[in-house]
Write a protein that binds this ligand. Sequence first.
Ligand code: ATP
Length: 484
Amino acid sequence: MATDSWALAVDKQESTTDSFGSLVIRSPPRGGGDAAPRKAKSTTKQVENDTKVEGEEKEDKAAQSLLNKMIHTSLVNTTNQVEVLQRDPNSPLYSVKTFEELRLKDELLRGVYDMGFNRPSKIQENALPMMLAEPPQNLIAQSQSGTGKTAAFALAMLSHVDPANKWTQCLCIAPTYELALQTGKVIEQMGKFYPEVKLAYAIRGNKLDRGTKLQEQIVIGTPGTVLDWCSKLKIIDPKKISIFVLDEADVMIATQGHQDQSIRIQRMLPNECQMLLFSATFEDSVWKFAERVVPDPNIIKLKREEETLDTIKQYYVLCNDKDEKFTALCNIYGAITIAQAMIFCHTRRTAGWLSAELTKEGHVVALLSGEMTVEQRAAIIERFREGKEKVLVTTNVCSRGIDVEQVSVVINFDLPMDKDGNADNETYLHRIGRTGRFGKRGLAVNMIDSKHSMNILNQIEEHFNKKINKLDTDDLDEIEKISN
Ligand SMILES: Nc1ncnc2c1ncn2[C@@H]1O[C@H](COP(=O)(O)OP(=O)(O)OP(=O)(O)O)[C@@H](O)[C@H]1O
């Protein structure tokens, strides 16, 4: 019996091994071919300390948000019900199933249909009547990216403006230049048949002279420039604003200084101005900020669809180093047919190395890495979704938020961990979990190459109260078993 703590942990795992149930992988196992399992090329036995490694990806919420916007080219459907908390519980609660019910101007209805929207999304069903109500109502709305928030407030702003008035009436702030541009595009597209309404961008580089009186009815920008235009340069008269939208509140507060600037802008607006705030997530800090920006709000929340590990077969493979991990991966590929797989690495460096090695082996690999621009990343994800590449190697930070529903095999080349080196259970669930709606079966393989990664695996097992079985990748028969 082992005495070393890592070995003990392995013993513990093995002693509780159950027999595997059946697993459906999308394509049938490949017969023959690369049949013999390989041995690792390298003899390096040095265990990589993967807690603090050079090239570690930094989380950039704004870039992630922009990426999500770019890859969500259609609605993310959810079957979850919207939760509505009304400021006045006695007032009737309206929801709409069609855009006609909103009595929009013809120009806007045309714009909506021209964008291919047939009916309001889940969040729009409730949010739109509230935003278009008279007298105006304040709203805090939370739902994941791709559920139709931007389209909803774009429509609300366009409906409210009076094109005859040549001054700014709607103000929308977004955390970055790029996010502001993306939202602006939606407003422009939706207002395509309503050319009397004009839009201006209050973003860096857009220099206007002090005292210029802006004629555009809608202004979208970042907090710093908007604040300058409202106070220092007096380009916008904040007292004439009737709708204020704060988008991406969770990203906003993650950016130094934006929270204060947003609150300063909000304080300049008239009391009767309608305040709308949107966020994809709602941790306490966002909530506190939201309550400061939006007085007496109605609240709409749409929960994310819950992911579960119930339909996933989970395994771990013991290795000594990354070369052995690579060998194990090749053995898995040699034994079963994998339609599409996502492989997660902790660092950019490992991801780059792995994708090069896999390419040498003849795999068609896509690599998603932090040094790429958001546009490049969006294009890679799109190609992978279309099936142009069969393997996507990525770091965690890069791939957060990507839906992996179509992918049946997930390899954690490195296990997900937080800043302190503990198991990142949420990320684990998001990488390999499936929503009940899709319910497809999947396979997840975790590569373990150190005491530390074994520890993380144990924490994950404990957290989900789910056993992760050991897989011997030197035994072809055993690997084949996992696919049937
Ligand atoms: N009612 C609708 N019917 C069909 N498609 C819609 C509808 N509303 C929005 N969409 C489309 O769904 C996608 C996501 O919408 P939208 O950008 O408004 O979501 P979001 O919640 O604001 O997400 P994000 O913050 O990432 O932009 C977009 O491609 C948008 O054009």
